[in-house]
Design a protein. Sequence first.
Length: 346
Amino acid sequence: MNKKKVAIIGGGQVAEKVHVSYYQSRDDIDLVAVVGRNHERVEEFAERNGIPRFYTDAEAMYEEEKPDMVSICTPNKYHYENTMQALSYGCDVLCEKPPAILAEDAKKMKEKAEENNRILAYNFHHRFADDVQVLKDKVTEGILGDVYFIKVQAMRRCGIPGWGTFTDKTIQGGGPLIDLGVHMLDAALYVLGYPKVEKVTAKMFQKIGNKKSTGMFGEWDPNKFEVEDSLFGFIELEGGRLLQLETSFALNIKEQSIMNVEFCGDQAGATLFPAQIYTDEGGELLSLFHREKADPDRHPKSLEAFVDRCLGKETMIADAKEGYMIQQLIEALYHSAEKGESVSYE
Ligand SMILES: NC(=O)c1ccc[n+]([C@@H]2O[C@H](COP(=O)([O-])OP(=O)(O)OC[C@H]3O[C@@H](n4cnc5c(N)ncnc54)[C@H](O)[C@@H]3O)[C@@H](O)[C@H]2O)c1
């Protein structure tokens, strides 16, 4: 059998924990190479992970390896240029989230994938949890009735990443909204069938990351903390629905971390992780559906969907169109928070 070849651009922590381990678990594809910026570090990465070849020049990698599929695992700023390059070399692409920093770039990525007839997927892995699939079906069946309020939470009490470039605004494009909020927004919008956004209002803060220097994900330099540490927003969706967003890297809340979505309909309500549906009967909570634990296997399921799609199966992926839509929403939320005014969509 002629195995499809896959390469990874950006040998950092998500590449190692998620992409390498999944690709190496399959015997119908070959992980052939990794590209990094620093010679020593990428060499070490390749050795540690048993990847046959490494490069510091992506073009040389494409010319020599001719991969069929590529994972883009660089910091956010470089998603755009690396995805465009991979698509122009005829590869199918799985790009880490967020799609890009600018909506305009996510649009060009989508257009390039269409022009070249290639698959472009984003690793919004939370939507691959069984919980999300179950709830999407139940919402579509109408068990919740008219879902008119949605609460999206992607919050950490003190979880500023101590590695990488997550506090650098130029390289990441922002803080918890573009890094964490984007995940739960995707899960919520996916359940709702990616409805049209009508109006966005947001406010953001930088109150803790520029003062403290240590938390659950290690240490950072408060003098180089350039991003928001919390952002809150209201997103008005078509059909009169309201979505409330709360996202933080650092905020004085009780829980260490909350990643969840709540859907409130006129018949019943639901939480996503784990999927549970409930209603009220005479003032008492009545459970209509109850999963004990949320599905932990979201990353492998996301990668599996991408690889299987590349191999010709009709799997669900977080596609380039949805990637563009969510990037527009992220941009509108930041715009609103920066300008102190609501942003209306046409
Ligand atoms: N889906 C998820 O849950 C999830 C989890 C973590 C990170 N991510 C995303 O993955 C990306 C990387 O995050 P990370 O935590 O692995 O960061 P990281 O800093 O650990 O890794 C990034 C790697 O990319 C390399 N790099 C930088 N610029 C490059 C370039 N132009 N070409 C090739 N390599 C380059 C860096 O040297 C580093 O090794 C980010 O976009 C992040 O949002 C997603």
